[in-house]
Design a protein around this ligand. Sequence first.
Ligand code: NAI
Ligand code: F6P
Length: 381
Amino acid sequence: MTAVHFGAGNIGRGFIGLLLHQAGHDLVFIDVNAPLIAALNAADSYRVIEIGPGGGETTVTGFSAIDSAADRGAAVTAVATADIVTTAVGPTVLRFLAPLIADGLRARTADAPLVIMACENALQATDALRAEIVAALGDDRRALSRAIFANTAVDRIVPTADPADGLDVRVEPFYEWAIESAPFAGSPPSIPGAHFVDELAPYIERKLFTVNTGHASTAYVGRLAGAATIHEAIGMPAVRDAVDAALRETSALLVARHGFDPVVQDTYRETALGRFANDALADPVERVGRQPLRKLSRHERLIEPAADLAERGEHPTALVEVIGAALRFVDVADDSESVELGEKLASLTPEAFVADVTGVEPGHPLHSALVSRVADAQSAR
Ligand SMILES: NC(=O)C1=CN([C@@H]2O[C@H](COP(=O)(O)OP(=O)(O)OC[C@H]3O[C@@H](n4cnc5c(N)ncnc54)[C@H](O)[C@@H]3O)[C@@H](O)[C@H]2O)C=CC1
Ligand SMILES: O=P(O)(O)OC[C@H]1O[C@](O)(CO)[C@@H](O)[C@@H]1O
């Protein structure tokens, strides 16, 4: 059995690649980072080292790697002959993979369908990838029928690997990979580290609006308070209170939207806060807050829950505070979205900024609070 995984970065090596290896798959990593591909092809193994309480270590073997920028044909062949294709490249990169995967489906001769799962921090990321593949395939419905698409929710904190560690990856012990079961019509692939669920939306929303809202909030509020890392930030009482308040708002929304047991949701929220306090991760606030324009977009971890709460007649004041802190995530030189955020704050009116970045329309019950936060962020520059 062969699994092709796009994106041999933190999550690719430290989570999805690991679980596919443990499920008995030979792994083919596809990436566009030439030195990383060379290092993977020169190595027989790498380690996934769990850091923090209860951590263990696993050695991953049986992998090869392809640079799709240098040898697209090899990447297409790998997709055409694989059993599973997964991705962890970032939601905004999926559209660049689609034409290559489409060509792999066109070239596929196996009877068994190819399982395709995007493992990104985004709602229904596989659906988004599927739409791009459909566009790339045009009228070729036969090629499309050779694939099964399943949405997934992935959760594991994997900070950027230290170059001194080579290919080894340090990860938190916690992980969860939830995959929707319906597309498999009763015959899901065997991936012991994952679990299959009838309805994924509650899982992914709970994860995105608790773990990711909380993590990003810790990064944004913490950075404003002078913290360098997430554990340092969440150790500051004022930051913890701000994050906790924002997560109480999203918890109320999750309970209302999906009927979660409030006690179970409280435990889930506390577990997430405990994960952020893992000092062994030494995770920089700049990594966790990265790509602020994506994180401030309409259906992401801050605006979506705040907008929904406002539509329900609530006042998501803690989330609005966090959004105000996110608007200050400028001047991170190696994060092009942080730089662009600063440029947009400098060049757009508050109303134009809100429309452009958050997609919240005038007249929406959240609109005036957002306009006011943007004006504050502009005055602070
Ligand atoms: N790091 C984390 O703690 C978690 C990350 N995620 C999600 O996983 C995804 C990946 O995140 P990370 O692994 O942290 O990022 P990363 O930056 O470590 O890895 C992404 C990899 O994708 C590669 N890549 C970029 N464009 C590509 C292309 N066109 N074809 C093939 N490979 C390409 C990059 O070279 C890089 O090696 C994101 O969607 C993120 O939101 C989800 C849960 C946790
Ligand atoms: O690219 P994003 O959305 O910041 O994703 C990475 C984040 O996902 C999480 O791992 C949560 O699963 C965060 O810890 C991490 O910062």
